[in-house]
Design a protein around this ligand. Structure first.
Ligand code: TRP
Ligand code: ZN
Length: 866
């Protein structure tokens, strides 16, 4: 006994992909009965179980924080001793091949701060089951390859919870004595338990309808607090557009008679694709011009589409195990990206998506948490909802789609959906469907799922004038990542064009497939040395290194007919100048100024594209280009160039700022583009040092009829020190203090600010009366934004690291999933100088020494210290 008590805390188990075994028992049907109450909810579950294959292993039902109040088999209540608990799971030896198991448990939703399982949020009761939350609701084999038919009965107080929703179709409802009522929902489609959901609460409905391609009418509902109803129109339009798009582009029709969405204020992620009952973080549903920026509007559209598209890529075809997570997430991100591109601008959407990929996934790939798109092991699956699984996973689908072309890709997805409908599939199944349906050999391509790390491609172009021939030499290497020292060469599709400097024209697009470590590609019939445009459209998620001169890049920034490549040339031009400047080399800033002036003056270009192209690369992206990140030098160099661009082109910025002022709010592409460009002009104007910079920004803040301009003006002011800054922050706070989503912007804007005192300000804001660790959006708006502010977070004092570590420690006790998401920024210590690295490590060690640390944070911190 004494021995057991002094034994160290259990080391979390590592789950391995190679250990996958089919389930011992299946659960074809489940009946759930909820007696709902925030303080005490009773859950009675009746499972029809059947032995899967010949074996004598007991039934094991996962449980997390559950105590069985009653267990019965085939109607007989079991005595203690006829079952036992093992690591939270309920283990019952069974003799026959099919049995009826009934369990009863009691939950306390009001005290569930992890926001996994059944929890209370703003007076509602709601669930989150992905990935392993269902085991916090009832005893069940919580793995995605067990598909069951669900019937759900709920009873609740009718006044507190007048609306009762669950998956599938409503089949009955009625009143009960004592002011209670009931409802029953059944879902005809067998599903894994991570897609289970219920919601109870006082909700109002934006009701609409959609007629599917086969003529079936679907009742659509977006359920929110009554006061938020006017903010649901954009989400509803996005839903209808998504339904039509999936029919048109993938031939996929919705399959139930109702489709409901509920918005909740406290949510660990963006949203959840529960069958027929999507549950959303309210920030991805609610939008109106007064409170939502254009980025927010696009976020709503993209996430509504993402969750809707999961109905096929995720729900009808689900994942065999959590190592296959990218099967549904990578594919669904690819689908939502293309949908959003079709709804707006393909060029700008691609630029934004690549910026996200580089900002999040490339950083992940360079650090201690790098993992393949299909990981080999994990401690806590929640930590694997990463940019690698989502965004790099989407890039893999994009490469396959590029190599196949639209028709053959569609043949591949048709085969995939047809073959695996109703199944729990693997990433391999998807690739095989592409091979067989599309007619392509993807043997080498599979490495993209297995090898972590961002491949580097070195591209050198040599020209032989006498032969009129150019030789492009491509060399690839994949850097070592944790657990993967040596890599095989990958199959890398690179869209390439060669431009004639005299005519400004290219000989067209070539899709080069680099498959070896080093390969030559020959281009004949060239009368002059061409200029290389490579990885056009960002056809592969790689880092390309070239020896192109600044003049070549300037040429491409003016002439490349691929918008992404044109943007990229411009960014590379800026990166070269800034990185050179930091290294103390002589650089030609005038080339950047000229390129910006030319781009801004080109009236044939989409203003949204111009705004992207003329923006300086982020401090974080500049850091990624350096062997050791120097946050202060990066900030100084970037800030200096920004001021110079501001002052030398001051009239241009004033001109753009004046001419992009709109008379009324519209969500048209033209209006959004104008706002984006206007905000960029304001930023440069303020950076110019012009005396009226702050007052122009304040006027924009004050007069704006939309949040896009209001927040950008506030952000511009927040970078400086002025009376206008303080006034604007105060006005904003007073105006929006009771609107949580908008108040998040007030926290976020200050945490993002380029201000010498940001770290102290964030510390103060952490004690603000409106700050709370209980709401993940609020935590992300302060700490998430702060860790994304390279200059401030890496303050040489180490204050920023301490602040974030303190937050991780405090938050871990409430919400481990959200706490674990704040660890990766500290884990990047190898990228910084010895002093910073030492302080970052010390904070990680301090976190790890905390008693009772969650599995979530333990995994992230211990991997980060290796
Ligand atoms: N499947 C969700 C999505 O991508 C992600 C998600 C929502 C999630 N909530 C979660 C993942 C909680 C882990 C834990 O759309
Ligand atoms: Zn998803």
């Amino acid at each position: 006994m004494a021995d057991m008590q002094s034994s160290p805390a259990a080391v979390p188990t590592i789950i391995r992909r190679e250990d996958y075994r089919p389930p011992d028992w299946l659960v074809p049907a489940i009946d759930l009965d909820f007696d709902l109450d925030a303080a005490a909810t009773q859950v009675k579950a009746t499972l029809g179980v059947s032995r899967n294959g010949a074996h004598d292993r007991p039934l094991r039902l996962d449980g997390d924080d559950l105590t069985p109040l009653r267990v019965s088999v085939d109607g007989q209540i079991l005595e203690e001793g006829q079952w036992h608990l093992d690591a939270g799971a309920l283990v019952i030896p069974l003799t026959g091949d099919t049995h009826q198991i009934e369990t009863l448990v009691e939950l306390t939703p009001a005290e569930n701060s992890k926001l996994m399982g059944l929890y209370a949020s703003g007076g509602l009761l709601c669930t989150q089951c992905e990935a392993e939350g269902f085991r916090r609701i009832t005893f069940f084999p919580d793995r995605p390859d067990i598909l069951s038919r669900y019937s759900v009965h709920m009873t609740a107080d009718k006044q507190l919870y007048p609306v009762l929703l669950a998956n599938g179709d409503p089949v009955g409802q009625g009143d009960l004595p004592g002011g209670r009522h009931w409802a029953r929902w059944t879902d005809p489609f067998p599903k894994p338990c991570y897609l289970f959901a219920l919601v109870a609460g006082d909700l109002a409905c934006n009701a609409d309808r959609f007629v599917t391609m086969s003529g079936r009418e679907v009742a659509l509902g977006i359920w929110v607090k009554e006061a938020d109803l006017p903010r649901t129109a954009h989400a509803m339009q996005a839903l209808k557009n998504s339904m039509a798009w999936d029919e048109r582009v993938y031939g996929r029709e919705y399959d139930l008679d109702v489709f409901n969405i509920v918005a909740v204020a406290d949510f660990n992620f963006g949203a959840m694709e529960n069958k027929g009952l999507n549950i959303f973080n309210s920030r991805y549903i609610l939008a109106d011009p007064d409170t939502a920026t254009d980025v927010d509007y696009d976020g709503v559209e993209g996430v509504v589409a993402h969750e809707y598209f999961h109905n096929w890529s995720g729900n009808r075809v689900t994942c065999r195990d959590w190592f296959q997570l990218s099967l549904k997430e990578g594919f669904t991100v690819f689908r939502d990206q293309n949908f959003s591109a079709d709804m707006g601008s393909h060029a700008v959407k691609r630029i934004e998506d690549v910026r996200i990929l580089r900002g999040a996934q490339f950083q992940e790939d360079q650090g201690p948490l790098a993992h393949p798109v299909r990981p080999e092991s994990y401690m806590e699956i929640s930590n694997f909802y990463t940019a690698t699984i989502y965004n790099k996973g989407a890039e893999l689908i994009r490469m396959m789609a590029l190599m196949l072309g639209p028709e053959r890709f569609r043949a591949g997805t048709d085969l995939y959906f047809e073959r695996h409908d109703g199944q729990a599939a693997t990433c391999e199944d998807f690739v095989i469907a592409m091979e067989e349906g599309g007619g392509i050999d993807l043997r080498q391509f599979r490495l993209w799922y297995e090898q972590a790390g961002t491949p580097r491609v070195r591209a050198l172009l040599a020209y032989d004038a006498a032969a009129g021939r150019a030789t492009l030499t491509l060399e690839q290497s994949v850097p070592p990542t944790p657990g993967q020292a040596d890599k095989e060469p990958m199959a890398i599709p690179l869209r390439t064009a060669l431009f004639d400097p005299a005519s400004g024209q290219s000989g067209g697009d070539h899709l080069l497939l680099l498959t070896e470590e080093r390969q030559n590609f020959i281009f004949e019939g060239l009368s002059a040395a061409p200029i290389l445009s490579i990885n056009r459209g960002f056809s592969a998620p790689v880092i390309v290194e070239t020896d192109r001169s600044q003049a070549d890049l300037a040429f491409l920034s003016a002439h490349d007919d691929d918008p992404f490549a044109r943007y990229e040339a411009m960014q590379q031009l800026m990166v070269n100048v800034l990185v050179g400047k930091i290294a103390g080399q002589p650089v030609d800033e005038d080339a950047v100024l000229a390129a910006i002036r030319n781009t801004a003056a080109d009236s044939a270009l989409d203003p949204a594209f111009v705004a992207e192209a003329i923006r300086l690369p982020s401090e974080a992206y500049l850091g990624d280009q350096m062997a050791i990140v120097d946050p202060d030098a990066i900030h100084a160099a970037r800030d200096g160039l920004q001021s110079r661009i501001g002052s030398e082109l001051e009239t241009l910025w004033r001109d753009i700022h004046a001419r992009t002022k709109a008379n009324g709010f519209s969500l048209s592409a033209a209006a959004k583009g104008a706002r984006k460009l206007r905000n960029t002009a304001l930023l440069y104007l303020a950076a110019s040092g012009a005396e009226d910079g702050a007052s122009v920004a304040f006027d924009q803040f004050d007069q704006a009829d939309n949040m896009t301009e209001r927040q950008a003006a506030l952000a511009t002011l927040a970078n400086g020190t002025s009376v206008e800054r303080d006034a604007a922050l105060d006005i904003f706070y007073q105006r929006y203090r009771s609107d949580a989503l908008t108040l998040d912007k007030w926290f976020q804007t200050q945490a993002f600010a380029f201000h010498a005192d940001t770290v102290d300000l964030v510390q103060e804001l952490a004690h603000h009366q409106d700050f709370s660790l209980g709401n993940p959006n609020r935590v992300r708006s302060l700490y998430g934004a702060f860790t994304g502010n390279q200059w401030a977070f890496h303050h040489p004092s180490g204050k920023g690291y301490r602040l974030v570590a303190d937050c991780v420690i405090a938050l871990d006790k409430l919400n481990p999933q959200t706490a674990a998401r704040l660890v990766p920024p500290l884990g990047r210590w190898k990228r910084f100088d010895a002093q910073r690295a030492g302080m970052m490590r010390a904070e990680l060690q301090r976190i790890l020494a905390e008693p009772g640390l969650s599995k979530d944070v333990t995994e992230q911190v211990s991997k980060s210290l290796e």
